[in-house]
Design a protein around this ligand. Structure first.
Ligand code: ATP
Ligand code: MG
Length: 401
């Protein structure tokens, strides 16, 4: 029955030019999201509103599901569009609409008319009471309640007339692209995809970097990360994923540095390389899935020592989350099943049995000096051989190199 959807979005604090950019970005993300669904669509912006019109062989539920993943949307109202704008005709259509939409007709209601067509001659209040009267005639068990009605029937008089009453929830947040971009350190675990999702929800476009260590980590572990990127791309839009071969750097650290410091030193090199690609992509921050105390490399001391190599801000949206809370989000967004696939993302030989939990910066820096002779070359090589993959919600689009 419904072909048209009114998109409601959060407007607080967005004015003037920002509002225009917000709407542009939202319309773009809606188009991207609907592109993957069956059937045709048109997205139009008019008078501070966004409408989605579907045609062809489209699926209602699929449309709603796709829109519910677009950040910036706070509500989706399925709309009945009619050509009739004469009073009694509109009233008849509202009665039909209530017949079709609700199984029972004993609720309280209110008609809310909005005249977007400036030339429409009848005042809104008059339209409200005329149509309200016709509804009462048609459904004697319904009654008017202007303060807390069960059903609020909206009648928008534009070129055509739009009737709607229900609003399905959207994900909230802000449209991706309205708040710059950041580089996500994406591993195959549960946490980092959730971290990327959360930052993207604030309107930040996401690029990503994954460090693998072939042959110690498998091709399937790499594929798992590509799959996770594709799964969050449903929300974040396309992701430019950098796959860095980290093996030689890890081997050098293993060979030259104290084994209880392996993880923290490795993390510092990951951050340095991530910053390199961040600056290439013009990203203004790094994003990780770290959470205080989760593992040895995530104690406050470890986080501080890792942070010391970064010049960009590091966003850690999960910093105060319990693991179960993170798992709940990963289940909700659909990454959990992929995250728990049993492919290691870091070879076990590179993990110390008793890693330092309270690293001291100058001690770690001294250990890193043991790498001086080799590390610049190794870093350059890792950067040069990095593979860039464009990942979209429907999979990998264009391998670049
Ligand atoms: P996750 O579930 O995200 O893998 P984790 O609990 O396993 O996190 P760590 O392995 O300590 O935690 O990693 C902390 C963060 O460092 C990850 O959330 C991720 O942002 C980043 N990270 C770790 N390993 C990699 C990797 N191989 N490639 C890219 N980023 C990584
Ligand atoms: Mg991990």
């Amino acid at each position: 029955m419904f072909h048209t959807f009114l998109i409601k979005y959060g407007e607080i604090g967005i004015k003037g030019k920002n509002r225009y950019l917000f709407e542009e970005a939202l319309a773009k993300r809606i188009r991207q999201a609907l592109h993957a669904t069956e059937g045709d669509f048109e997205v139009t912006k008019e008078q501070g509103r966004i409408y989605v019109e579907r045609s062809g062989n489209f699926d209602y539920d699929e449309t709603i599901a796709a829109l519910q993943k677009v950040f910036g949307i706070v509500g989706i109202s399925p709309v009945k569009v009619i050509d009739e704008s004469e009073l009694s005709g509109m009233g008849r259509e509202v009665v039909h609409f209530l017949e079709e939409t609700y199984p029972v007709h004993n609720q309280s209601f209110k008609i809310v008319t909005r005249r977007a067509r400036k030339s429409y001659p009848i005042p809104s209040m008059e339209v409200n009471s005329e149509i309200g009267g016709m509804v009462l005639d048609a459904f004697p068990d319904m009654h008017v309640d202007v303060h807390t009605p069960d059903i609020e029937v909206h009648v928008e008089i534009r070129e055509q007339v739009y009737i709607y009453s229900e609003t399905l929830p959207g994900p909230g947040g802000m449209p991706v692209g309205t708040n710059g971009s950041a580089m996500l350190l994406l591993s195959g675990g549960i946490d980092s995809p959730v971290a990327g999702y959360m930052i993207a929800k604030r309107g930040v476009k996401i690029d990503a970097v994954y460090f693998h260590a072939p042959p110690y980590t498998s091709e399937r572990a790499r594929q798992k990360v590509v799959d996770l990127a594709s799964e969050i791309a449903v929300y974040t839009g396309d992701i430019r994923l950098h796959v860095v071969n980290f093996t030689d750097i890890q081997l050098a650290i293993y060979e030259k540095c104290p084994h209880d410091e392996l993880t923290i030193i490795m993390r510092r090199y990951m951050m340095r390389i991530a910053e390199h690609f961040a600056s290439q992509c013009n990203d203004k921050a790094l994003v990780t899935g770290e959470s205080i105390g989760q593992v040895a490399s995530q104690t406050i001391q470890s986080l501080a020592v890792t942070n010391a190599v970064c010049t960009l801000p590091v966003f850690r949206p999960l910093i105060a989350f319990d693991k179960q809370d993170i798992i709940d989000i990963s289940l909700k967004i659909g990454t959990y099943e992929t995250s728990i696939l049993p492919f290691e993302d870091c070879c076990t030989i590179f993990v110390a049995k008793h890693p330092v939990t309270k690293p001291v910066l100058h001690v770690i820096e001294r250990s890193e000096q043991k790498l001086t002779e080799v590390i610049d070359d190794l870093m350059r090589k890792a950067i040069e051989t990095t593979q860039v993959i464009e990942v979209s919600a429907s999979g990998v689009r264009t391998p670049e190199q």
